[in-house]
Design a protein around this ligand. Structure first.
Ligand SMILES: C[S@@+](CC[C@H](N)C(=O)[O-])C[C@H]1O[C@@H](n2cnc3c(N)ncnc32)[C@H](O)[C@@H]1O
Length: 347
């Protein structure tokens, strides 16, 4: 074997080149794997599999699809740790179990949400979005309003995604200092209900669009401390509360629309009120300079670009938005999740 310095250099160069080629192949083909996951979630394959191992042929019969195609899709997923493949049959593991509809922390709805045709069509139009700077959908919330089945998947998906955020938020912030907390654009109220359960005297107002609020299931242990209010956060009036939480709301909107929401909240808020924005916060330029630019928020940011025309924001960008609307950024509280709590006080 030739181990002279020049041949070692050549093979190191070849390996580096192969790695960079494969890295680009993996990035460009990255959507194959998520699509397989979404189809399996849509077909409720994880629901059809229980404790006993089952072959793809057997599962395919249960859900009415092609056995060979299903086997190949499941084999891909198993190679990435979703389902285990044993002797040609499939068994559950932790990841595949959380695709079941009856799992207490089910992620099925979230996976289906990301796989909705409106998401795929919009991402397919990314080039046009980049050329025009405009989202592929004119008004995603109007779209969902007109598509009740997809709305159900959207709301349930937001709820399942929120599980990764709620515990870290509860652990990172002391909500017991407030008398009333308003969750503006709170969806089905998963965050607010979790906060109310953990803080016995706190009262809450859940504000969202009327057709969303009417589908909220209220946990009876906190029902006497929770008010549901349907409305439009661009027009108000919003409830008067000691503090407001906006989880993944501002990122849906342009700066101009976000300012309208922040102004409506400021109008309703008493002096000394606090505002808690729960979102992924993008790294500032200084973080990039220190080599810390990688963040889940960079992915979510493109999803917002494509679907809503909104954006994820850096701390500086949020501070500017707040300052325009009578709020002052007080601190950014990181949580063990990719989400931070950005606290602002009424200025
Ligand atoms: C991305 S979801 C976030 C839901 C929830 N805060 C969470 O993080 O799981 C945005 C929410 O804003 C609500 N929304 C959109 N437009 C609204 C409007 N004009 N007035 C009130 N709520 C609105 C939607 O119904 C949806 O529940």
């Amino acid at each position: 074997m030739d181990t002279s310095p020049s041949s070692v250099r050549v093979s190191e160069g070849t390996q580096a080149q192969t790695e960079s080629v494969m890295r680009l192949v993996e990035i460009s083909a990255g959507y194959w794997l998520p699509r397989a996951l979404q189809v399996v979630a849509d077909l409720a394959i994880a629901d059809a599999l229980d404790q006993e191992p089952r072959s793809a042929a057997d599962l395919a019969k249960s859900v009415g699809v092609d056995a060979d195609a299903l086997d190949r899709v499941l084999r891909l997923l198993a190679s990435h740790g979703v389902f285990d493949r044993r002797k040609g049959k499939y068994v559950h593991n932790a990841l595949s179990r959380s695709l079941r509809s009856d799992h207490p922390q089910s992620m099925r709805a979230y996976v289906r949400l990301v796989g909705l045709p409106v998401f795929w069509k919009s991402w397919g139009a990314l080039e046009q979005v980049v050329r025009s700077g405009k989202p592929a959908v004119t008004d995603i919330f109007a779209y969902f309003k007109g598509h009740p089945e997809e709305t159900e998947i959207f709301d349930a998906g937001m709820k399942s995604k929120a599980q990764s955020v709620i515990s870290p938020v509860l652990a990172a912030y002391d909500f017991s200092i407030f008398g009333t907390l308003g969750d503006i654009g709170g969806g089905l109220g998963h965050l607010l209900q979790a906060v109310l359960k953990s803080v016995p005297k706190l009262r809450g107002v859940l504000f969202d669009q009327p057709h969303v609020v009417e589908r909220v299931g209220v946990d009876e242990t906190i029902a006497n401390r929770l008010v549901l209010q349907g409305g439009d956060f661009f027009r108000g009036p919003l409830p008067r509360c000691d503090a407001y939480v906006l989880m993944e709301v501002l990122h849906d909107w342009t700066d101009e629309r976000s300012r309208q929401i922040l102004q409506q909240i400021r109008k309703a808020a008493p002096d000394k009120a606090k505002l808690l924005v729960v979102e992924t916060v993008l790294p500032n330029e200084s973080a990039w300079a220190a080599g810390h630019g990688e963040h889940f928020g960079n992915h979510l940011d493109i999803n917002m670009l494509v679907l809503t025309g909104g954006r994820e924001r850096t701390p500086d960008e949020l501070a500017k938005l707040f300052a325009d609307c009578g709020w002052q950024l007080a601190r950014v509280i990181p949580t063990p999740s990719p989400y931070s709590i950005v606290e602002a006080v009424a200025a």
